[in-house]
Design a binder for this molecule. Structure first.
Ligand SMILES: *Cc1c(COP(=O)(O)O)cnc(C)c1O
Ligand code: SF4
Length: 345
């Protein structure tokens, strides 16, 4: 058996600092690729104008962990992982009926950092930062960067949850909550655990996929100890994202008794294809993850080139249904502002 967590030489506890060495994932996070020219070089893409790419990412910078880049095919501009992170001049095109806040989230923010749109569950944006910047992200127009929820905002939000006994599930989202150091995550979750009517904790995170070293022993032992029923909803759009290191991380999360689900976004040029979606579902299951939602992309300015029509989405879902057991077919979903749940198509 392989160990669940790699201990590379630089992370082996040294004799001088036995406890406080920087976790390996933080080094990876600090070392993500941010320069379009460097990304092109790493992938042997010589015919791209990196200066043009720079313009497309002025508002929403390029950001991609090196381990994720390693899973891309060199020399291929159409690589489905590259397509998700590579800035594109098409992002600068203004499209009619596309908005910068299609879900009216700026209104639904009951309190800063808290969205209470659906009965029984609240969604908390603990941080606005992510390890990766996905070009199709609807949050691309929000204030990105390392905006963390401060202590007084956090206390207001705890009071809100405490007052409303119908809230049984707390969803930590972002950004990516696993971008936060363990110390913050541990203290925030401990506060939630003290509220008796909360029974479920959900983590919405892309980290196990884009930065699997985040799932280290410290994180795993903490996760396993929570009194809450835990659900981790990861985000992968293509089977190639789920390499061996990701599988190991996900299996380790599952071994803590945490239920694993995946949400994908249906994206032209990435997974707008039945074979690709079938392969994704099968690969997810091998990693111990069930498909949950396949989201139709929101109409966000700068993302129209990823758009897939409703008709095509229905075709793809029928094709999946014809080829997969029911539990491996994700629900086709869309978020509609003001509705009492996600809209299932
Ligand atoms: C998506 C979402 C949820 C979770 O919805 P589920 O259907 O339970 O997965 C909860 N709150 C908000 C604000 C959301 O956007
Ligand atoms: S990880 Fe999620 S929140 Fe972060 S940029 Fe990607 S889609 Fe957006």
């Amino acid at each position: 058996m392989e160990p669940l967590v790699d201990l590379t030489p630089d992370f082996r506890p040294s004799t001088t600092t036995p406890l406080q060495s920087t976790p390996r994932w933080k080094k990876s996070l600090a070392n993500v690729v941010r320069d379009p020219a460097e990304l092109c070089k790493l992938l042997h893409l010589s015919d791209i104008d990196a200066a043009e790419l720079g313009k497309a990412c002025a508002d929403f910078p390029l950001r991609v962990p090196r381990g994720f880049v390693d899973r891309m095919t060199k020399g291929s501009l159409s690589d489905p992982l590259l397509r998700q992170v590579l800035p594109d001049a098409a992002e600068l095109v203004e499209t009619q009926h596309y908005s910068t806040d299609p879900l009216d989230e700026l209104d639904a923010n009951t309190l800063p950092g808290l969205l209470h749109k659906y009965t029984g569950r609240v969604l908390i944006t603990l941080t606005s930062s992510c390890a990766v910047h996905c070009r199709y992200c609807f949050r691309r127009h929000f204030a990105y960067g390392d905006n963390r929820l401060g202590d007084s905002a956090w206390q207001n939000l705890l009071d809100y949850i405490e007052r409303d006994t119908s809230i049984t599930e707390v969803i930590l989202s972002g950004g990516d909550p696993l971008n936060l150091p363990d110390s913050i995550l541990v203290s925030r979750v401990a506060d939630i655990e003290r509220i008796a009517h909360v029974t479920r904790l959900r983590l919405h995170t892309r980290q196990p996929v884009v930065l699997p070293e985040r799932i280290d022993d410290t994180f795993l032992s903490w996760l396993g100890k929570s009194r809450l029923n835990r659900v981790m909803v990861i985000h992968a759009n293509h089977a190639n994202e789920l390499d061996h290191s990701v599988e190991k991380a996900l299996r380790a999360v599952a071994s803590t008794g945490t239920t694993l689900l995946n949400q994908s976004v249906l994206l032209d040029g990435v997974n707008n294809d039945a074979n690709t979606l079938v392969a994704l579902s099968e690969r997810l299951f091998t990693c111990g993850v069930l498909p949950y939602y396949l989201h139709l992309p929101d109409r966000v300015q700068g993302t129209a080139h990823f758009h897939v029509s409703d008709e095509r989405a229905h075709q793809l879902q029928s094709a999946m249904q014809a080829r997969l057991p029911g539990y491996l077919v994700p629900k086709l979903a869309r978020e509609v502002a003001g509705e009492s749940s996600k809209q299932h198509l």
